[in-house]
Ligand binder design. Structure first.
Ligand code: DC
Length: 228
């Protein structure tokens, strides 16, 4: 569809709708989708299973370097495998979710993951979503977006996901959890969550994932047609 390769960087806080949006954008533009949060979650899963502490930078770095990821589109969702093991549901466990913010701060882990993320874009157009894509991984990305939504909206979305999984939580608990995670993600020393100065901000409160994706696709198509 396009005559040149390009990167779309999508950053934003937990529960802002990045993954669903990025997945729909990838489908509509027929390009690769990389969920970088899933990569940090997979690292966390392996580290927990191997009993490695959150501050064991060198051991964590070795795991991160040696992990071989495979992402496969599966309708509107994505299957992720590490070293040929399907970890799609294991990386969403409560344990992984509660520890990933600590494991992902290891400088060696970040270095290895950023290298892997850059590799994916060597041969293909790709939409990457995460926290530091437009600021650290691809500061020169052709398209940068920062997705937000109110804490209440994000908690409602998460509650709907939890209901499907049979988990019982209140909206207040989820709002607190999300506010805590925002604080942790944006105040950490290594690659904190922040909007790149040249990113387009999209507030997804009240928008469906299709509407969010359409906004991005429209901007990408306009930008692409200008440069062809
Ligand atoms: O988007 P998510 O909830 O699956 O992300 C899991 C964790 O990984 C979250 O604590 C933020 C972190 N993360 C990161 O530090 N950098 C990224 N590029 C993506 C996610």
């Amino acid at each position: 569809m396009f005559s040149e390769k390009f990167v779309i960087a999508i950053d934003g806080p937990a529960g802002s709708g990045k993954s669903t949006t990025a997945s729909a954008v990838a489908r509509k533009l027929d390009i690769v989708h990389l969920d970088t949060g899933a990569m940090y979650r997979a690292l966390t899963l392996l580290a927990i299973e191997k009993g490695i502490a959150t501050d064991n930078n060198s051991a964590l770095g070795k795991i991160a370097q040696n992990m071989v990821f495979a992402f496969k589109r599966d309708g509107s969702s994505q299957q992720i495998s590490v070293d040929s093991r399907n970890v799609t549901s294991d990386i969403r466990s409560e344990k992984v979710t509660s520890l990933v913010a600590k494991y992902c701060q290891s400088p060696s882990v970040r270095e290895a993951m950023v290298a892997k993320q850059r590799d994916v874009a060597k041969d293909a157009s790709v939409v990457l979503e995460g926290r530091d894509i437009g600021t650290v991984v691809f500061p020169d990305a052709k398209f940068k977006f920062f997705i937000t939504a109110s804490i209440e909206e994000r908690a409602k979305r998460r509650m709907a996901d939890f209901k499907k999984m049979g988990r019982d939580v209140t909206l207040d608990e989820l709002m607190k959890e999300i506010a805590d995670r925002d604080r942790e993600d944006s105040t950490r020393a290594v690659s904190p969550l922040r909007k790149a100065s040249d990113a387009v901000e999209i507030d997804t409160t009240g928008l469906t994932p299709e509407q969010q994706a359409d906004k991005i696709v429209k901007i990408v198509k306009q930008g692409q047609f200008r440069s062809v």
